[in-house]
Design a protein around this ligand. Structure first.
Ligand SMILES: Nc1ncnc2c1ncn2[C@@H]1O[C@H](COP(=O)(O)OP(=O)(O)OP(=O)(O)O)[C@@H](O)[C@H]1O
Ligand SMILES: [Mg+2]
Length: 247
């Protein structure tokens, strides 16, 4: 609960500042999101990473996922290939401005995917380095990423491969996007059988420079993941299904 949490636990807050997450500007942005009624309080951490930390948030008791992109400690030097040739975004300015663009890019990509019917979190708002989206979980527990689920818990790998492929196909054909970081790390499994694609900041328009190369890599990751279940797809077959399969 950030409002209370900030007042009652200044030490926690200061520790967060040291970690480069809740700097004063981020606090300001969280307050603004509260004023705008996007969230009314913050909950615990769902995940901490190199580029972003994801927290639970609440609005009128309903859960949200709040992704806060790190401004100080990011490895954002490699983002150029994902922005070049995309007229929606620019790659200049100070570091924090680039991070804001990156957050905006994830918001816009999620919106495009969501409206095309791809199973992704619904984006609600982006403000500076903070993205608020629907919470993917099993009731109040966050859904596990596919990489954290053991093979024997996947009861029907063939069905999972089909669901994922349908989503990648809709993403490409309807939203006209390539995920560009598709792997089991960026799939959340609701109730162990409903896969959601997440992490869209690096996703690119399908006509963009480098999109074809990213799509090939996504297809390779798809093939590699399913080999352990004895499902042998070829990369070409997967590419064909995504690009020209019936949508
Ligand atoms: N909408 C959501 N609902 C529930 N959990 C989420 C949601 N979005 C992200 N998460 C959790 O946060 C984790 C990281 O999210 P994401 O993949 O978008 O960030 P990232 O850019 O990979 O961050 P980093 O590279 O710093 O780890 C996910 O693996 C998942 O556990
Ligand atoms: Mg990720």
């Amino acid at each position: 609960m950030v409002k209370k949490y900030l007042r009652r636990k200044p030490l926690e807050y200061e520790r967060k500042i040291e970690e480069g997450v809740f700097d004063t500007q981020t606090i300001g942005a969280l307050r603004k999101l509260m004023k705008l009624n996007i969230i009314d309080s913050m909950g615990g951490v769902i995940s901490t990473g190199k580029e972003a930390d994801v927290f639970k948030g609440y609005i009128k008791g309903e859960l949200r996922a709040v992704k806060i992109f790190r401004i100080e400690t990011t490895g954002f030097k490699d983002i150029a290939p994902y922005i070049e040739g995309d007229p929606r975004f620019r790659l200049h300015g100070r570091k924090h401005e680039i991070v804001f663009e990156w957050a905006k890019k994830e918001f816009r990509n999620l919106g495009r995917a969501f409206h095309a019917g791809v199973r992704v979190p619904k984006p609600f708002k982006v403000l500076r380095n903070i993205l608020v989206m629907s919470f993917i979980g099993n009731n109040s527990d966050p859904a596990s990423p596919l990489n954290a689920i053991s093979a024997d818990q996947i009861k029907n790998p063939k069905k999972l491969s089909k669901l994922l492929l349908d989503n990648l196909k809709n993403l490409y054909q309807k939203a006209e996007l390539v995920h560009a970081d598709f792997s089991e790390f960026n799939v959340l499994m609701k109730f162990l059988n409903e896969p959601y694609l997440i992490d869209f900041a690096q996703a690119v328009l399908k006509n963009q420079l480098n999109a074809e190369m990213f799509l090939q890599r996504d297809a390779e990751n798809f093939v590699r993941y399913f080999v352990k279940f004895g499902l042998k797809f070829s990369r070409q077959e997967i590419l064909a299904k995504i690009q020209v399969g019936k949508a």
